[in-house]
Every structure is written in C-alpha cells, then in structure tokens.
Write a protein that binds this ligand. Sequence first.
Ligand code: SF4
Ligand code: SF4
Length: 179
Amino acid sequence: MAKITKKIKTIKIDADKCNGCRSCEIICSSFHATPRYSSNNPARSRIQVLTNRLENKWLPVFAGEYTPAECMGRDKYVIDGKEYDECDFCRAVCPSRDLFKEPDSGLPLKCDMCEDDPPLDKPKCVEWCLSDVLTYEEREEEVEEEVEIEAVEAGLISLIDKFGMDKIASTVARLAQKS
Ligand code: SF4
Ligand code: SF4
C-alpha cells in the first residue's frame, strides 16, 4: 500500500491547569460558524470541557470519530483520587450521549484542528486558552494512504444513519450529474 508523509498535529492537554472558563468552546464554535465568527454557541464546539465543580474536575475533550454503535462496556477512570464519569475520556461521537452532535441537525461534530488556508500557526482553542492547558505540537510521519479513505467512509456512514441510504444515494447521483 502506498505511503504518504503526513503532518501529525497534536494538542497536549494539561487538565490540572484547566479552570473551566470555556473560552476554548466559545472560540471553536465561533471559528466554525457560517459565516465565520458570525455566532458562538458552545453546544457546537468541537472541544467540550466536562465539568464537576464540586469535585474540582475540569476535563477538556476533543471531538473524535463518529461511531453508529456504543461500546459493549464502559470505562471509569480514577486519577489522583478523583473518579471520572463513564466515557469521560472517550472522544467518540456515539449514540450513548449527546456530546459532539450539532444541536439542530444531530450530525456529528469532529475536531478538524482548525484547518484553514493559509494554515493557522496554532488551533484557535490553543490560542485562546490563557491558562496554558492546551499546547500545540506538529511532527511528520509516514502513513498509509487508506487513512483518508476511512475518514470519508465514516462521514458517509453517519449521513446514511441520519438520512437513510436512499436519500444519500439519490443526492450523490444528483450531484454527480451536475459535476
Ligand atoms: S480555555 Fe483553557 S482553561 Fe478555559 S476551559 Fe478551555 S482548556 Fe480550560
Ligand atoms: S483544534 Fe480547532 S476544531 Fe479542534 S477543538 Fe480546537 S478550536 Fe475546535
């Protein structure tokens, strides 16, 4: 299988520094609004800060891949004596919770690392986190080309789940005729 060089973008999360200000959620939703910066709604953010104020828990989590099925079991983490809720560390957009779903359409949201043209120096949530919780890093790695195809498939599966195969197939056929 062909290999390509891919830029791997990483955001390191130092959750202990997070104070729950939610600036990251606001700027993410605003940056991804259409038109850009025309509105902000943290429910549309691709980063969510899972919070339990009484237990002093603040956990920024980034939206990952969509999956149509939930896990067979659940995980609970205990770190420094703090017990986190089930699935708190999971990035998946899955049927077991409302996290990372576009509030109007229910379609999955996914962190795209603020891809833009020209590229940003750093993602918006990193830039706006004044507590240095989020640190951006880049490196290059050789990966198999198939990774991109999997991303396209995941998007199509979520649309098929939402609107049904017939609707998606007829829409694709109509768009193909236009192009
Ligand atoms: S901007 Fe930083 S400190 Fe504020 S909630 Fe987000 S991660 Fe936490
Ligand atoms: S990297 Fe960009 S898209 Fe991802 S959560 Fe941060 S602001 Fe949102």
